[in-house]
Design a protein around this ligand. Structure first.
Ligand SMILES: Nc1ncnc2c1ncn2[C@@H]1O[C@H](COP(=O)(O)OP(=O)(O)O)[C@@H](O)[C@H]1O
Ligand SMILES: [Mg+2]
Length: 233
């Protein structure tokens, strides 16, 4: 904690230098008229110092963002099997409406990730909900949860309508809905779920990829660094 305060003091102190310089040159320009070439030189110094200031602020913002993510990352671990079990249970009424069977498989009961629960829920509920929504009557959803070395993989595969191959690279774009569903009122949606999922995955050092065949299947694979909690217990 005290190290953070010391860092903050150093950073704020460094910001004083360009601001003092800018202030000084503006005061000089205001106080006494200068020769045109001197005025130009002062303006150039002010511009340079402003750039420096902006770069420093950008660096600070960037490191604050990383620090926030690290802090959150260290906050709590969640057992992925238990969490996914909960999300599937919540989605059961939706699955029942279409008589969809959901299978969950895992290679270990001790798989943990360090992602806040609200983010984990939003990410996985979105993908599992899609697997139900864009499925056929009496279709299936297979969820595989596996840990391999220090990585965790969640594979969500359905037997649904699929996504045209040429649209796969746009599927994570905000508001994008595939040409199969966009004009079909039985598939309502906003096109935001996958964009949010993608943001969450990248914020927590994960990856997400998609594979699909029209009218056969869609499969999302999500990976995250495994949390080390299972090695402590
Ligand atoms: N499992 C899936 N099977 C087929 N298409 C899918 C699947 N998941 C997503 N899609 C396609 O990707 C689009 C974007 O998904 P999403 O961002 O969750 O938005 P929404 O579900 O609100 O339309 C969907 O509209 C649909 O066209
Ligand atoms: Mg969706």
């Amino acid at each position: 904690m005290s190290r953070n305060i010391d860092n903050l003091r150093d950073i704020v102190h460094d910001l004083k230098t360009p601001i003092t310089s800018i202030k000084g040159f503006v005061e000089l320009l205001l106080q006494s008229p200068q020769k045109p070439e001197v005025t130009k030189e002062f303006y150039n110094i002010i511009l340079d110092e402003s750039h420096k200031l902006l770069n420093m602020i950008n660096e600070i913002l960037y490191s604050c963002k990383n620090q926030d993510i690290n802090n959150i990352n260290n906050s709590q671990e969640y057992n992925l099997n238990i969490q996914i079990g909960k999300y599937v249970k919540e989605l059961t009424p939706l699955a029942r409406k279409k008589n969809i069977d959901i299978n969950i498989n895992s290679n270990s009961s001790d798989i943990y990730v360090s992602i806040p629960e609200d983010k984990l829920s939003r990410l996985l509920t979105n993908i599992i909900e899609n697997a139900i929504k864009y499925n056929r009557e009496h279709g299936k959803v297979f969820i595989d949860i596996n840990q391999e070395q220090d990585m965790v993989f969640v594979k969500i595969r359905d037997t649904g309508i699929g996504i045209p191959e040429e649209e796969l690279d746009k599927i994570f774009n905000k508001y994008y809905r595939s040409s199969i569903v966009e004009n079909d009122i039985s598939f309502e949606g906003s096109g935001l779920g996958l964009a949010i999922a993608h943001d969450i995955v990248t914020d927590y050092n994960g990856t997400i990829s998609v594979n699909s065949k029209l009218n056969e299947y869609t499969e999302f694979v999500i990976s995250f660094p495994a949390s080390q909690i299972n090695q402590i217990q």
